[in-house]
Design a protein around this ligand. Sequence first.
Ligand SMILES: Nc1nc2c(c(=O)[nH]1)N[C@H]1C(S)=C(S)[C@@H](COP(=O)(O)OP(=O)(O)OC[C@H]3O[C@@H](n4cnc5c(=O)[nH]c(N)nc54)[C@H](O)[C@@H]3O)O[C@H]1N2
Ligand SMILES: Nc1nc2c(c(=O)[nH]1)N[C@H]1C(S)=C(S)[C@@H](COP(=O)(O)OP(=O)(O)OC[C@H]3O[C@@H](n4cnc5c(=O)[nH]c(N)nc54)[C@H](O)[C@@H]3O)O[C@H]1N2
Ligand code: SF4
Ligand code: SF4
Ligand code: SF4
Ligand code: FES
Ligand SMILES: [Mo]
Length: 662
Amino acid sequence: MVQITINGKQIEAPEGTTVLRAAQMAGIHIPTLCDHKELVPYGGCRLCIVDVEKWRVPMASCTLPVSNGMVVNTETEAIKKSREFILSMLFSERNHFCPFCQVSGGDCELQNAAYHEEMTYWPIQPGWNKFAVDTTHPYFILDNNRCILCRRCVRACGELVGNFTLAAAERGAASMIVADTDVPLGESTCIKCGTCVQVCPTGALIDRTSAYQGPNAEFTEIKSVCAGCSVGCATKLIIRNNRIVRIEGDWDGAINHGLLCEHGRYDPMNESRTRITTPQMRKNGKLEPVSWEEALGAVADKLRPLAGGKNGVAAIASTRLPVETLAMFKELFVGNFKSELVTSTEEGMPTAAVTSFAEKNGAFEGKLDVLRTADTVLCIGANINRNHMVAGFMFKRNLPKGTRLINIDPEISELDYLANSTLKNKRGSDMALIKGLQAIIVKEGLGRSPLDIPDADGLIKKAIGATGVSREELTQAAQTLARSISPVILFGKGITAQRDEKLVEELYRLAVLVGAVDSERNGLLSIKGEANSLAATLLGLDEAFNLNGQQAVYVAIGDDYASKSLVERVSKAPYLAVQASYESSLTEKADVVLPVTIWSEQDGHYLNLDGHMQSTQKAITAPENVRDNMAVLSEVAMRMNMTMKSDWKTSVLERKSSVALN
Ligand SMILES: Nc1nc2c(c(=O)[nH]1)N[C@H]1C(S)=C(S)[C@@H](COP(=O)(O)OP(=O)(O)OC[C@H]3O[C@@H](n4cnc5c(=O)[nH]c(N)nc54)[C@H](O)[C@@H]3O)O[C@H]1N2
Ligand SMILES: Nc1nc2c(c(=O)[nH]1)N[C@H]1C(S)=C(S)[C@@H](COP(=O)(O)OP(=O)(O)OC[C@H]3O[C@@H](n4cnc5c(=O)[nH]c(N)nc54)[C@H](O)[C@@H]3O)O[C@H]1N2
Ligand code: SF4
Ligand code: SF4
Ligand code: SF4
Ligand code: FES
Ligand SMILES: [Mo]
């Protein structure tokens, strides 16, 4: 600990802390602009200057480490004057006519900093260049005329997202933020995560959907969780008049620490499907609007005689539904209807193999956080650049610092361009490949723990033959992995959809062999599917959906998309009841359609891919005639005189999880 004094107050701060953070911890406000708690201190704007006793010049507190006995003053006359001068310079350098700016009125950090200094004008004559406004991006606008060159956007895109799209070009007053080699943002390598917009302190990067909708003070903010995939990023929903105007990443989010991807931030804002607002029933071959009474009555009458019987009701639920809804779905169809086929839309493709391995061996997977410190990531059968993007950010940002990436995928993916080695193995040849890697490591004596491999040469030969990968490529990948200090093995549906528990077992053995898994660390992860992929498998909803003479199918698709293959399969049943939020080729085929809430209109829990249970609350009110997913299931149960009593929290604990739950 280091003792320092700020504004006469004695403060203890850990060594290495900056003066700014020490002040903040002690409740002392120092104005800042380029500083951001998730970014490496940069010291660019100089607004955070402080006076340090015995030092000749004022120092930027955001980059100044504390030292013992340091005496700091933040509010001397000289410092206040300097801050005003710095702000005057910033205001005069660009077009900061605040009343015409979308973030004016409480949301602009530059404007607020000026008010904090009680400035109402700036004495320096404005003299600025005109910059073209870049409106080529589908989701946001870049206006360099309002930029203060704090480079938070540049740093966030690189340090946090790992995309390195943004940079500052030119020098001095002509400096401007550009994408790639100064191409329009809409044509750049931007992956549309919106992190740069979220960190921009001014109106230079503004969001299309929420611009000019009013200041934040007029909105309500509700914490939520993204249902876009199984990473489970924490969000803040910015709401006005029962409408989401913007989605932000929650900086306090335990998993994502403020980051979101395009699917979390923008997809829900650009929903183009048509909402179903009334129950419908097929009459004379056509879907007609009916009352809830009529629709539920018809479903109950149809399903009642099928309960408990052979070839009765098959039921399938989306893994995007909340855990409690999935648990109730299971209780209704497995517990009460005794249906022979009850599963989820994912059919256990991303999860069944890991869960069956876990049932025998206990939790064997690690937590997403290991990706942040990995020095090598072996990615096998996982398209992390497109799916589960925020998990990808956790290591992509370290690639320029030396983290190595090995990508094993039969198809060409964007990940290949970032990888140090890419192995293009033949589909389904992963068993031979993994054993080949083990054999090379053991043969070269690179293993961290003993593994008995009797015929290493044979296995290596077999791997080369089965995969079509050359000996050199295989050896290079094996050596890279084995020589790492903190390797992580990440696998996805390319592996799990082979539904072979043995493949998971061999990956586990490889992980132990190279020290990815040891007593201190667990660097073996499967990335799973939709928001409640893990919960669905723990509830046993992970079988393949193959109809086998069932008389009726009940689909709880909620707000999810139905795949073409699912629609084809369910269409074969004589009777189809669908619980859905949006019109689709699935609802077109239905005999009864029950309109239900979407993610933002219902309370619920989500169990993410690494075992974090998170809750969301209803943020907006659903259209009048739309009912909650759970309420509809209990209405069906009630009409069957079926009792629903079990507790979802115990239901998800019935099977062993592949990752520890918290
Ligand atoms: N943004 C976004 N994120 C998503 C989703 C989304 O739609 N959008 N969907 C979510 C869902 S439902 C799921 S299930 C997951 C899926 O996420 P992933 O686990 O990434 O699954 P896929 O994209 O199906 O397949 C991963 C890779 O495996 C490769 N592959 C295919 N066969 C083999 C093989 O035999 N061996 C090896 N080694 N590789 C093979 C494929 O070429 C593909 O690149 O993503 C989730 N995340
Ligand atoms: N054999 C086999 N069966 C599987 C799987 C497998 O890998 N192999 N995977 C399982 C898994 S994990 C899942 S999640 C399911 C379904 O998983 P997939 O088979 O991956 O489902 P998709 O076909 O991607 O998605 C459903 C449909 O929604 C549309 N869609 C999706 N997102 C959007 C969007 O943003 N906008 C618009 N306009 N349309 C969109 C797509 O065009 C598609 O027609 O299948 C499961 N079944
Ligand atoms: S949206 Fe994301 S990827 Fe695109 S420039 Fe901004 S931070 Fe970079
Ligand atoms: S665009 Fe915004 S975040 Fe980026 S440098 Fe300019 S003011 Fe800072
Ligand atoms: S990574 Fe997944 S959970 Fe996170 S914002 Fe993207 S879609 Fe949502
Ligand atoms: S906040 Fe310290 S220099 Fe910008
Ligand atoms: Mo999935």
